[in-house]
Write a protein that binds this ligand. Structure first.
Ligand SMILES: NC(=O)c1ccc[n+]([C@@H]2O[C@H](COP(=O)([O-])OP(=O)(O)OC[C@H]3O[C@@H](n4cnc5c(N)ncnc54)[C@H](O)[C@@H]3O)[C@@H](O)[C@H]2O)c1
Length: 251
């Protein structure tokens, strides 16, 4: 990876950067010249991401950040803002979980419900709450949230997951309404079926619940790459995307 400059001088926070789509996003925007403040709870994955970006001539640093913890989000975003030189141009909020796939409504555990809603919905709100502060001060910025086709365009393998993503999509629309007039563009991405640990684990759980191992193979073969979806986030991070409003669906 040599940096190509398309996002030169952009100061970008990427959450969920240790794995899957977030990792591919962090690598892609760093390769285009952005400085990347990477956040996740998977410290091994986060550190290896930084090593990979640095080894290829990019600029990245990692902060352990549980997006459900207001104290951790605040301190990480403030430290990252300082490291980035005092401001944030772009927040790419990708962190999320899919638990409870294939579980019957009659058995769906409250703990699973609470944890998915906490990470996917409360996490989106907390990250936006703190990342928007320097953007509002500077009257400019870009916030890209991550929803899903699940809960927005159709159903989901998990009651809590689809519900959390429908709500995260609604939250993005509310952010858009309130922040656009302050020079902050808000988009949300609705990824399709992407080959990541989250998706593969969920499909395995669904297949096990249905006893359909044959269908599993076909489903896994049809998944698209995180790198392809990362291309969409990288474009949304760029000034060229300034005329894009609202939600973007991907493969
Ligand atoms: N893979 C798909 O098909 C698909 C489809 C639609 C939407 N999405 C969404 O894309 C995003 C990325 O998912 P992925 O498929 O790359 O999964 P992934 O599991 O590979 O990556 C998710 C990352 O989020 C991190 N994370 C989990 N809980 C966290 C927390 N409390 N605080 C901070 N980080 C946390 C994980 O450690 C992991 O690194 C998620 O929001 C997911 O819902 C994925």
């Amino acid at each position: 990876m040599s940096t190509d400059g398309r996002l030169a001088d952009k100061r970008i926070i990427v959450t969920g950067a240790a794995s899957g789509i977030g990792r591919a996003v962090a690598i892609k925007v760093a390769a285009r010249g952005a400085s990347v403040a990477a956040m996740d709870v998977d410290d091994t994955g986060g550190q290896s991401l930084v090593e990979e970006i640095s080894a290829n001539g990019g600029n990245a640093r990692y902060w352990h950040t549980d997006v459900t913890s207001e104290a951790e989000v605040q301190s990480s975003v403030e430290a990252a803002t300082e490291w980035l030189g005092g401001g944030i141009d772009v927040l790419l909020h990708v962190a999320g979980v899919l638990f409870g796939a294939g579980v019957d409504i009659r058995e769906y555990p409250v703990e699973t419900w609470d944890s998915v809603i906490d990470i996917n919905l409360k996490g989106s709100y907390l990250v936006a709450k703190y990342a928007s502060r320097p953007m509002l001060r500077d009257s400019k910025g870009v916030i890209v949230m991550t929803a899903s086709g699940a809960g927005v365009l159709g159903g989901s393998s998990s009651y809590a997951y689809g519900s959390s993503k429908g709500a995260a999509h609604g939250f993005s629309m509310v952010l858009d309404l309130h922040l656009t007039e302050h020079g902050i563009r808000v988009n949300d991405v609705l990824p399709g079926n992407v080959n990541t640990p989250l998706k593969v684990a969920a499909e395995r759980q669904v297949a096990a619940a249905k006893g359909d191992e044959e269908g599993l193979g076909e489903m896994l073969d049809s998944l698209v790459t995180p790198e392809g979806v990362a291309e969409v986030y990288a474009f949304l991070a760029s000034d060229e995307a300034n005329y894009i409003r609202g939600s973007v669906r991907t493969r």
